[in-house]
Design a protein around this ligand. Structure first.
Ligand code: BGC
Length: 757
């Protein structure tokens, strides 16, 4: 009783302190805004990226210095390093009329300079504590480099591996995606934004950006509300519930109106229903692009963006150049400008910039806090935990730390493509190649290296890849000559490790692909390596699920390594030689071919589900490929094996708001200690709307020694049964439910219960 009273007092005190702080902030901002001219208020809404900055889009801001002096800039992104950032800050603080500090942001997506795996890879760890630690590390490094704002986490759900940006998110599942979104916000923001080691996060891209038609970047999105609410919106909402400071509107349209002018999205849903009180920023030239979307000229689209709820205009300067005119013409109100300006100033206040605009510019910090041994160790751990063992016939892996390994492939000794897309401040020279990693981890192994193939023989593709960053080294020899050398190398070895896949720039923004296999010239190499009869281990690097159907049939061992970041070489070697027993589980379904896309585990049953007999007509199936994916969501092997017992329910006829436990015994039946992610899925076979065949509602990670078993228990309440109905009400309906527990979304043990109201 006493304890509870004490707890309530604490809560009350925290709420009172927060309220007092808010009042202080309101008073400060109100006083400042009273001094501001209309031009200065509009200036705060302008986010620029100057020439010389690290560019992430096609347009550069001009005359930035002069604009800062005139109070026409609220924030800058694309520059980093305390000395450089300080210069820009000094112009604002010393030379602008009201001395308002600038805000400095950057795309800190999967690490700042110590790069961890691409987010899709990281999500395969299903380890939210690890992910939070990586975000905390990124915040430490980015703030040491003068930044206060990260354009992350990217939480767009995607069911389409053709879309290059699937690499930047956490895959296809809203439940896991929401957990990861929260972990990242906590990691970046900590509990105190004024702390000089935390930064403001920005959840993006709001909303539904991952559902671009045909997986082509920036393409149209069209989706029912029920699908949005059930599958696509939860991770954004989770980030908001975790207190994210800012949100970025997406490029795509929603219900026929681009997100950046979508009042329903940015005001009704975001502010009114979800209670978001942070800052809304557009994506890169998101306002200007609405001209091409067909909404009108720059003045029109800028006015619409402001009215819809945008606070800050990234790069396009539509606000800067047209809002005054729109105000004169009555298209917008001064209150709307004030509201947006207030949000920007509040953000600066929350970050402590008015107290000390130079607080993030300690020039000694980068040397002390960036790319430290500790950060590299975390990057290595994260990379190893991200890798997914897709196949391991006859326990080919782990390899012995002796004998001769033929290390083959364009990515086997490469450093330039290891960090993955959207590493803006990362330096590839810091990356550990796979070859180096193996040398460091398995020093007694004799390595014979041959490149074997270029990443691609498509010269037009090479040019396109180089348009952003030129990272692909092309060997001038013919494909035949390179293969011949590789095959000869393979013949002299005990085992072949082929490191194949995509170049870094083959995924990420504006990097959609219509064929998502390993490029043909590398596949040809792989065929010849397999034909040597030597055991082949395929290490795949990719920013998306690939179609590995041929590989799965012919190659005995396959490890999906994604783009593992700075320490990838060590982590791959840790996995190949068994210093780390892989535990990653896929968070995006691997299709058999492109025609199956979109393919995802939480699909509907349809009225004519495929019954298993391929000769039956009039069922939902293809003539030329199975309905099943190559590797399902949640799938991933280990060097050991896990056996699941039956699902035991504490009550099969619960009623009302009680709770029920679901327990399974998981046993390590193999020879290695290992980690298993035990996944809990729900099915709801009868409801007022059609439900997915299965939805993830929980997971737990367990460590098991050989022979050891553990009981894993999940507690279920009616909250777990909820879904959005036709009125978009979040409800549960009484009746039968399937409870499914297993090591992936396909292979599960099931039990049924009947939950009454
Ligand atoms: C991307 C965003 C990114 C922004 C700033 C845009 O092109 O869509 O994810 O944060 O550029 O670099």
């Amino acid at each position: 009783m006493k304890l509870r009273y004490f707890g309530l007092c604490l809560l009350w005190c925290a709420a009172a302190v927060a309220q007092a702080q808010n009042q202080k902030m309101d008073a400060y901002v109100t006083k400042l805004m009273k001094k501001m001219t209309l031009e200065e208020k509009i200036g705060q809404l302008n986010l620029v990226t100057p020439g010389g900055a690290t560019l992430t889009g096609a347009v550069v801001s001009e005359g930035v210095d002069a604009k800062i002096r005139n109070g026409a800039v609220g924030g800058i992104f694309g520059i980093y390093g305390p000395a450089d950032v300080r210069k820009a800050q000094e112009i604002a603080v010393k030379n602008s009329r009201l001395h308002i500090p600038l805000l400095f942001g950057l795309d800190v997506i999967h690490g700042h300079k110590t790069i961890v795996p691409i987010p899709l890879g990281l999500s395969c760890s299903w380890d939210t504590t690890l992910i939070e630690r990586t975000a905390r590390m990124a915040a430490t490094e980015a703030t040491a480099d003068g930044l206060q704002w990260a354009f992350s986490p990217m939480v767009d759900i995607s069911r389409d591996p053709r879309w290059g940006r699937i690499s930047e998110g956490s895959g296809e599942d809203p439940f896991l995606g929401s957990k990861i979104a929260k972990a990242m916000v906590r990691g970046y923001q900590g509990t105190d934004l004024t702390n000089d080691h935390t930064l403001m996060a920005c959840v993006k891209h709001f909303a539904l950006y991952g559902a671009a038609e045909a997986g082509r970047d920036y393409n149209t999105v069209d989706m029912s509300r029920i699908k949005m609410y059930q599958y696509y919106l939860p991770p954004y909402k989770a980030a908001i519930d975790a207190g994210v400071g800012s949100i970025m509107s997406s490029f795509n349209e929603i219900d026929g109106v681009p997100a950046t002018a979508n009042q329903w999205l940015l005001t009704d849903l975001l502010r009114d229903q979800w209670g978001f009180d942070g800052l809304v920023v557009t994506d890169y030239t998101g306002i200007n692009e609405m001209i091409a979307h067909g909404l009108g000229d720059l003045q029109e689209v800028s006015a619409r963006a402001l009215a819809a709820g945008v606070d800050m205009d990234m790069v396009g300067e539509g606000f800067l150049t047209t809002l005054q005119q729109s105000l004169k013409e009555g298209k917008i109100t001064e209150q709307q400008i004030d509201a947006a300006c207030r949000k920007v100033l509040e953000m600066k206040y929350k970050l402590g910039l008015f107290d000390d605009p130079y607080r993030y510019f300690d020039t000694k910090r980068p040397g002390r806090e960036i790319l430290t041994a500790e950060h590299r160790a975390l990057a290595r751990e994260a990379a190893a935990h991200s890798m997914v063992l897709l196949k391991n016939e006859d326990q080919l892996l782990p390899l012995k730390k002796s004998g001769t390994v033929a290390l083959i492939g364009p990515l086997a000794s490469d450093q330039k493509n290891m960090l993955g897309t959207w590493n803006i401040a990362g330096d590839w020279k810091e990356a550990v190649s796979i070859e180096q990693g193996i040398k460091d981890v398995a020093g007694d192994v004799t390595i014979r290296y041959a490149k074997g193939a270029n990443i691609t023989s498509d010269t037009m593709l090479l040019k396109r890849l180089a348009a952003f960053r030129d990272l692909v080294d092309v060997d001038p020899r013919s494909a035949e000559e390179m293969r011949r050398e590789a095959v000869a190398t393979a013949r002299q070895a005990d085992v072949v490790v082929a490191v194949l896949g995509e170049a870094q720039e083959m995924s990420g923004e504006a990097a959609s692909r219509s064929e998502i296999g390993i490029p043909e010239v590398q596949r040809e190499l792989l065929r010849e390596l397999v034909a040597t009869g030597k055991p082949v281990v395929l290490v795949v690097m990719s920013g998306r699920p690939l179609t590995l159907t041929w590989e799965d049939e012919h190659v005995p061992a396959i490890v999906e390594a994604w783009f593992g970041g700075t320490e990838v070489g060590h982590a791959v070697a840790d996995v190949l030689f068994g210093d780390y027993n892989p535990s990653g589980k896929l968070t995006a379904t691997f299709p058999r071919n492109v025609g199956q896309i979109p393919i995802y585990y939480n699909h509907k049953n349809t009225g004519r589900p495929f019954g298993g007999d391929p000769l039956t007509k009039f069922q939902s199936r293809y003539l030329d490929v199975s309905n099943e994916p190559l590797y399902p969501f949640g799938y991933g092997l280990s060097y050991t094996t896990f056996e699941y017992g039956d699902v035991k329910l504490s009550n099969t006829n619960p009623s009302g708001t009680t709770s029920v436990t679901a327990t399974v015994t998981v046993r390590n039946t193999g020879k290695y200690a290992g980690e298993e992610t035990v996944q809990l899925y729900l099915s709801d076979p009868v409801a007022s709307v059609t439900r997915a065949v299965k939805e993830l509602i929980g997971f737990q990670k367990v460590q098991l020694q050989p022979g050891q078993s553990k009981e894993v228990t999940f507690t279920l309440t009616p909250e777990h049964l909820k879904f959005y109905n036709s009125d978009l009400a979040y409800v549960w309906e009484p009746g039968a439910f399937g409870i499914h527990i297993g090591g992936n979304s396909r292979d599960v043990k099931s039990a049924t219960l009947n939950w009454s109201k």
